[in-house]
Design a protein around this ligand. Structure first.
Ligand code: GYE
Length: 332
């Protein structure tokens, strides 16, 4: 049942992606293209994951591994523990092993040109999943599959703008940022800032990284509760940091969701439960279910086809009432 739903959604998204697709110019020019498609059970894909920092990441890893297992394609998997050097090492090792494709979720945006050029020189196409790189040379990757993080930040900002539209007093917002230099941290801050700028009463009085982890969110929130007298709202770049902030707020004798409102991004199960319980006020969804779409990209390239350079995941938002409704069917 679950599998079926995911692959239907993925197929829809990919068809949309392919509809706007420019022809020609598949990256890399693999030997496979000249020889025709390889049987799927002979394909080898190397995937360099960021780490296991959050509920989102765990769901993403599971989904990708399950999708490749279902497709009968071998997936080599590595966990970089949120360190760029580990990811680069993993990619180099995939190049050395001569895998057919490399996919990875870059922990930060910068610093990828050298290793991506090595993959290109080896004729191995690279697919970016989830996070972007800031490389000027777009020929270094075939496709970037994942969310529009600026849009997510804007959706969070829209809720805050609406919530405080009648206020005549300053609203003190603190921001728990994701990993410094990571695409979702940069973009979620940017989208949010752009929207809340419409109301001069809305002010981000403190902003610090919690590295996308629950422990990080808790620690930063504890410090902020001490240094910032009247916090009205927390904007956390993911659920896990928001959940850590809830612990800190409760430990300080305050009521999360009431004394201090909380807006987060992701909508993983624990986040949705806290939203349904009234401890979080609003969540912007970011889907970790990228596995089926990634498999489709690999299969399309293997067949000699081309894929859209940018495939954006479709996402929604959740209020507390919507979380109560959605929770029973939530898969991750
Ligand atoms: O929001 C966060 C995770 O890159 C979209 O990384 C992903 C983010 C996600 O650690 O929970």
């Amino acid at each position: 049942m679950k599998k079926q739903l995911i692959s239907l959604a993925a197929a829809g998204a990919l068809v949309l992606g392919l509809a706007g697709c420019a022809t020609g110019g598949g990256a890399g020019g693999t030997g496979g293209e000249a020889e025709g498609p390889k049987p799927l059970d002979e394909l080898v894909v190397g995937f360099a994951q960021v780490g296991a920092e959050s509920g989102w990441r765990t769901a993403n890893t599971k989904d990708i591994q399950a999708a490749f297992a279902d497709a009968g394609i071998e997936l080599k998997f590595s966990d970089a523990q949120q360190k760029q050097e580990n990811q680069i090492k993993a990619i180099r090792s995939y190049i050395q092993q001569g895998v057919d494709y490399i996919a990875f979720s870059p922990v930060v945006e910068t610093g990828w040109d050298a290793v991506l050029n090595e993959a290109k020189a080896a004729g191995i196409p690279v697919v970016l999943t989830d996070r972007a790189v800031d490389s000027k040379d777009e020929s270094l990757y075939v496709s970037f599959l994942g969310s529009d993080f600026i849009e997510e930040g804007k959706k969070a900002g829209d809720w805050v703008l609406e919530e405080y539209k009648d206020t005549t007093e300053p609203v003190n917002i603190v921001q728990l940022e994701g990993t410094t230099g990571a695409a979702p941290a940069i973009d979620r801050a940017e989208g949010f800032a752009e929207v809340i700028a419409e109301n001069p009463n809305l002010e981000v009085v403190a902003s610090q990284t919690g590295d996308f982890t629950r422990a990080g969110g808790k620690q930063v929130m504890e410090a902020m509760l001490k240094s910032q007298p009247d916090i009205d709202l927390v904007y956390a770049h993911n659920d896990d940091m928001g959940l850590g902030a809830i612990e800190a707020i409760e430990a300080a004798g305050l009521v999360p969701g009431e004394d201090i409102k909380i807006v987060t991004v992701d909508a993983v199960k624990d986040g949705m439960q806290a939203l349904a319980d009234g401890k979080i006020n609003f969540i912007v969804e970011c889907s970790p279910l990228l596995g089926a779409q990634l498999v489709e990209i690999i299969e399309t390239l293997n067949d000699g086809g081309t894929v859209e350079k940018r495939i954006i995941t479709e996402e929604t938002t959740f209020t507390q009432e919507q979380a109560v409704e959605a929770l029973p069917d939530r898969k991750y």
